[in-house]
Write a new protein. Structure first.
Length: 81
């Protein structure tokens, strides 16, 4: 394996790890939003909890679904000659 191939493989591993990390963090944000909607925390309650939880859950869903796709598209290998 040449140095260029090793560098490409290392970059691919880092990108794969980053995409997985974005998905995992999105799931945690989504779960945090649901816990807020269920009023499991003392810092927010009532209708404010439902609204705040829905906003945070929506952001978590976006990060889980859309961000990895956007990153994969940006990091896609260009077509060969």
């Amino acid at each position: 394996m040449t140095d260029e191939q090793k560098a490409r493989e290392a970059a691919a591993r880092q990108r794969f790890f980053a995409i997985g990390l974005f998905r995992l963090s999105g799931v945690f944000i989504l779960m945090f939003g649901f816990l807020i909607m269920l009023q499991k925390f003392d810092f927010v309650s009532g209708d404010k909890a439902k609204i705040m939880g829905a906003i945070i859950a929506t952001m978590g869903m976006f990060q889980t679904i859309s961000v990895p796709r956007l990153l994969a598209r940006a990091w896609r290998t260009p077509p060969g000659p």
